[in-house]
Write a protein that binds this ligand. Structure first.
Ligand SMILES: Cc1ncc(COP(=O)(O)O)c(C=O)c1O
Ligand SMILES: [Zn+2]
Length: 427
């Protein structure tokens, strides 16, 4: 096998032939955070890198298949490349039918006015990058079934009432699978209606007297998974397969921006799967020599909830390495104390689950982690919308808010060539 799933918390590699590497079995043990990540050797990346010219109507899960753990697992176990392509294409076609538009490569733009490159994920299936995490997971489940797993016997589960839930509902429908979505009592009506139209089962989660601290939707989701449901979720700790699909975004960006590589990438961070998938893809591409330099990554969170920025500052102040910090989780990462509110609701996770991988990437790339105010978030969304005419939401422009912040504080070098991601469309 040229690809493996390894725990960022305890370095344990999952068995090469494991069909469903959702999470590290050592989770909950010791002080470390057990989140699996995907590792591909530099030779694998060079060998799997697409040679033909990228065209916008391609299916990224076909184009970058040889850079995915799912493909390496499949072909090591006897599935042919042609069979894999057929499965990825079939899923792509079903997604296009459900969505009413083709699955394609999302636009890589450059805005002279905003002086930044913009990767537009609002054009993705279901209107956000979240679809990538879940398409990758759904494809992996098909592969696993072909190899003998019986995942169709299980319901899929997710706790979300935003972009992730909508993406999960589209993907589950396209894959012909049952999905249970755990939502809060105050979920937006528009989202509830869409989930219903897509045939997703909804479980409204009130806080129970007996509940420990934390989001009741997430608690019910964990109970469901413990009871046999499979996670169709976007958090790396519960569903490491989400990172496989997430990396397709990184590969796509490396290819699109390779000729004029950005020096600085500002990425919004909630649970952290987006940033960790991206950072890992870029750093693997760098190690493989596909790109000459690794852009500096900047993680952006709201002033109202920034557990990752807090961890970054604590790490800096301690003078410790990420390797030293990971054994002392409680000193770096804990749930945000107050109930956070923000117009960028998608990045309000009270913990950053993938913090170890992200901090590693920030250190390796000489990047940073920064907070933005609500005012800055509003400003960023307004400027982005009026300049680009893209109907992007405030979470979707929160990385761009980070760029504005870095510019105004003078921390961005004058000759920087930044890149931001517009990750979610207005509903
Ligand atoms: C539009 C959008 N962008 C970014 C994020 C943050 O992604 P992550 O939770 O993987 O850090 C989210 C998460 O909900 C989102 O909906
Ligand atoms: Zn582990």
């Amino acid at each position: 096998m040229h690809s493996r799933m390894v725990c960022a918390g305890c370095d344990t590699a999952r068995p090469a032939d494991e069909l469903l590497s959702f999470s590290c079995p050592n989770r909950g043990q010791g002080e470390a955070d057990h989140v699996l990540r995907v590792e591909l050797s530099p030779e694998t990346i060079v060998a799997g890198w697409p040679q033909d010219t990228l065209s916008s109507d391609e299916n990224a899960f076909v184009r970058y298949r040889k850079l995915s753990h799912s493909w390496h697992l499949a072909t090591a176990r006897g599935i042919t490349d042609a069979e894999y392509v057929a499965m990825a294409e079939e899923l792509g076609e079903r997604l296009s039918e459900v969505e009413g538009k083709p699955l394609g490569i999302t636009p890589a733009l450059r805005s002279e006015e905003l002086a930044t490159a913009i990767k537009n994920e609002t054009a993705n299936i279901s209107g956000s990058h979240k679809a990538r995490h879940l398409i990758g997971t759904a494809l992996h489940l098909e592969i696993a079934d072909r190899l003998g797993a019986k995942t169709r016997d299980s319901v899929l589960a997710i706790a979300s009432c935003g972009n992730a839930a909508l993406a999960a509902a589209v993907v589950a429908k396209a894959a012909g699978r049952r999905l249970r979505v755990f939502i809060p009592p105050n979920a937006a009506e528009a989202v509830v209606a869409k989930l219903e139209a897509l045939g997703a089962e909804q479980v409204v989660c009130e806080r129970l007297e007996s509940d420990p601290a934390g989001d009741p939707c997430y608690l019910r989701f964990v109970e469901a998974v413990t009871g046999g449901a499979l996670p169709l979720s976007c958090q790396g700790g519960d569903n490491a397969l989400a990172l496989i699909g997430g990396q397709s975004l990184g590969w796509e960006m490396v290819e699109q921006y390779r000729e004029d590589l950005p020096t600085d990438i500002f990425v919004q961070v909630g649970g952290g799967a987006l940033a960790s998938s991206l950072i890992q893809a870029f750093s693997m591409a760098h190690r493989a020599g596909i790109i000459d330099a690794l852009p500096r990554f900047h993680a952006v969170q709201t002033a109202n909830a920034h557990p990752l920025v807090r961890a970054w500052k604590l790490l800096r102040a301690s003078g410790e390495s990420v390797a030293e910090a990971r054994a002392k989780r409680a000193s770096f990462m804990w749930p945000w104390e107050s109930e956070p509110v923000s117009i960028a609701g998608g990045i309000l996770d009270d913990e950053t689950y993938d913090w170890l991988s992200i901090l590693t990437g920030l250190v390796e790339s000489h990047g940073s982690a920064l907070v933005v105010s609500e005012e800055r978030l509003r400003e960023a969304q307004a400027i982005a919308q009026s300049t680009t005419r893209i109907q992007v939401d405030a979470t979707g422009t929160s990385g761009f808010a980070g760029l504005l912040q870095a510019r105004s504080s003078g921390s961005l070098p004058k000759d920087a060539r930044p890149l931001v991601l517009f990750t979610g469309a207005i509903r």
